[in-house]
Design a protein around this ligand. Sequence first.
Ligand code: BG6
Length: 484
Amino acid sequence: MSYTTTAFPDGFLWGASTSAYQVEGAAYEDGKKASQQDIINQNNYRERGFATAEVTSDHYHHFREDVALMAEMGLKAYRFSIAWSRVIPDGTGAVNPAGLKFYHDLIDELLAHDIEPIVTLYHYDLPWALVERYGGWISRQVVDDFEAYARLIITEFRDQVKYWTTINEQSIIVQYWTQKCYIPEEYRGDNQLRYQINHHMNLAHAIACNLVHELVPGGMVGSVIGYSPIYPLTARAEDVMAAQNAHDLRNGYYLDIYFKGKYTDSAMAYLERHGLAPKIEPGDMELIASGTSDMLGINYYASECAKACPDDGTREMRWNGVNLTGKKGDISGFETHPGFYEMCKNPLLDTNDWDWAIDPVGLEYLLRDIWMRYGKPLMVCENGLGAFDTLEADGTVHDPYRIDYLERHIAAMKRAMDYGVQMLAYCPWSALDLLSTSNGVKKRYGFIYVDRTDDDPRACRRYRKDSFAWYRDVIARNGAGLTL
Ligand code: BG6
């Protein structure tokens, strides 16, 4: 089926995305202290050879050059996150003026280039001090500490930042909790904590929404969900039901909180039956319901597939597998919830080297589905292709696979818009190469190549990839003429 885009609406925010710990580096400079990602990534380096978070893309020292490159691409928006441990190094208490200054300088630089900042308050990088003090997100204390941090940041930047996103990908944090949160060894067997952590994040999210409404006149706030639409493996009714169950636990369970202020009944019933439900204290649900979202950020990389899974004692509950090598097929397994669903490979879709299905139509499908259910404006906060890129001797990087991926996803998004979905922004992952959360720096996503390896940060020199010029042209013609 062929489809070609017409121009996007005026004011549509063509952007790109990063997150603090994955791009900034300067992990221990100018007063910043460790975040849990600095510690987790030290382990990843020792155990798997992936780069640490100490230098990453050295954006902290290159941010003016990076913003100039973004402006050259024609970006209208840049979505990035603030590192809590840069501005409040111990998580609570003393504020680090140099940390705040960095974000002031960055935001000033963006605005000077007419690039709208889209700020994420939290992207996996809890101050390590809070992990040491009380186990991090496991403890309810983190909600109060997050409130103080969020109040500081929102107050500080309220005159310059209109678009706020709260917590990046609670759905993915539940799936991959030990990579997204530092979980002390003794707790790792207790899967209820995944949902308890998520409950604490729901409280923090609601507080942040309320703070934006209180402090930023005309501001817009919402969460960023890591979202995969889930297809049934076959048209058998049992597989269709399994896909619905998977949707309820993996997607609806978050969306219903953001937009209805309640947990999805079916997912909650499943969690309660297995002793996994979060402990909810009096007043929690009222707080959650009060923190209404104005919009939703969506991170979309791949659709997923589910099939029925018998509850006959032969299968064990497990969460997602991961491919750590970048060799297709090396995925370590699939999420399994006996009696509810089991995730599986979609035989109809090609994948990238890390087994992530490539599915542009999935983007149209999820945007239309979320719009139909909740009717709030949406922004794509992440979408992109992780790949092994090659820097040629002449400084070029040819990435036609990324161009193809992005073109078809943008076209799919536009078709959803033609059917009525209100989209605010498209911020693909990533503005420049950075540290992958699961695969080091060799898995690249950027429009801008950063010359470094997992072992050697080198000078992190920047090079424009072919996709850089391509995206610049897409923006220049406001998205017209792209084919699905
Ligand atoms: C999203 C995260 O889950 O996916 C990003 O918000 C992450 O932080 C991106 O980098 C791609 O995943 P990965 O594991 O390839 O880095």
